[in-house]
Ligand binder design. Structure first.
Ligand code: NAG
Length: 112
């Protein structure tokens, strides 16, 4: 459902701005999955594919107002939505003492 809304939103945005040309548009919906792709002539694009189990992989990209090429790829499956991009913030490294503690806990599981 989300992807259908996303595609509709993108198509609506394209329709609202007549200066933007669609370079490529693919929408393939099958009984066992789907794939879609939209490429605009201003550097914006998105594509996604998914299976019947609801697993989805995709990419979306655009040129930021600062002129930077933003690209986010993602996977959505039983582990949730997992975006990846050089531009996404990353957590600080886990402190050495915490890593040691986790290794100790793993090596010495509590007895029931
Ligand atoms: C490209 O066009 C889309 C659709 O009109 C718009 O949402 C997006 O902001 C545009 N990107 C740039 C860099 O102008």
């Amino acid at each position: 459902m989300f992807k259908i809304l996303l595609v509709c939103a993108l198509v609506a945005m394209v329709a609202a701005n007549e200066n933007i040309a669609v370079i490529e548009q693919v929408s393939d919906v099958q009984a066992d999955g789907f794939s879609n792709k939209l490429v605009l002539d201003n550097g914006s694009a998105s594509s996604a594919s998914g299976d019947v189990h609801g697993n989805i992989e995709g990419v979306f990209e655009w040129i930021s107002p600062e002129g930077e090429h933003v690209r986010v790829s993602y996977k959505a499956d039983e582990n949730g939505y997992q975006p990846q991009s050089d531009l996404l913030p990353t957590p600080p490294p886990v402190p050495e003492a915490i890593l040691k503690a986790l290794a100790y806990i793993q090596a010495h599981p509590s007895k029931e």
